[in-house]
Design a protein around this ligand. Structure first.
Ligand code: AMP
Length: 184
């Protein structure tokens, strides 16, 4: 059975790590817009050059850059048996775009997983991670943007009753177990 999963959660919730594990277990691609953007920045592509400043500041990259990217990625052949979206949608406009895109692709998401972790735990985790955009100021900005732009996406999916919230403030193994139970 195809598995199509949307992963939501604040920065530092462990989405990337958990999405990777689920992707391997289910043999489906892990589509992380953050990873795609970071690789574009490293390769200094046109997209990378346009995205870099926003990422360094902890702002969202403009939708105009992201929507084409996700449309392309979900049209690759490896997505036929499913996918895990990590880091997309990040705002209501992206969520509406995804709805329309999935209709065009004749697909629908099976489950929206929301990994929940308190802010103070996130800040501590992100400060320990030492990624380029993980300094204290940027972390606070990313959390602010999360509450402002991404939390409405949680409400959007909650109304559609496809959302499952998982406690992300547990050991990595316990989170993996909760997620596997939620999608089985
Ligand atoms: P992430 O690895 O998901 O935390 O993303 C790192 C950074 O990439 C974010 O802080 C944003 O600047 C950018 N980014 C990733 N995904 C998106 C998205 N769906 N929309 C806008 N910006 C994004």
């Amino acid at each position: 059975m195809a598995k199509r999963l949307i992963f939501l959660g604040p920065p530092g919730a462990g989405k990337g790590t958990q999405a990777q594990v689920l992707a391997e277990n289910h043999q489906i691609p892990h589509v992380s817009t953050g990873d795609i953007l970071r690789s574009a920045v490293a390769q200094q592509t046109r997209l990378g050059k346009q995205a870099k400043d926003y990422m360094d500041k902890g702002e969202l990259v403009p939708d105009a850059l992201i929507l084409d990217l996700i449309q392309d990625r979900l049209s690759y052949e490896d997505t036929a048996n499913g996918w895990i979206l990590d880091g997309f949608p990040r705002n209501i406009n992206q969520a509406s775009f995804l709805e329309e895109l999935l209709v065009k692709l004749n697909q629908s998401a099976d489950c929206v997983l929301n990994l929940s972790v308190p802010d103070e735990v996130l800040v501590a985790r992100l400060l320990a991670r030492k990624r380029k955009d993980d300094n204290e100021e940027t972390i606070r900005r990313r959390l602010e943007i999360y509450h402002q732009d991404t939390v409405p996406v949680i409400n959007f999916y909650q109304q559609k009753k496809t959302l499952k919230t998982i406690d992300g403030n547990q050991t990595m193994e316990a989170v993996t177990k909760s997620l596997s139970e939620a999608i089985s």
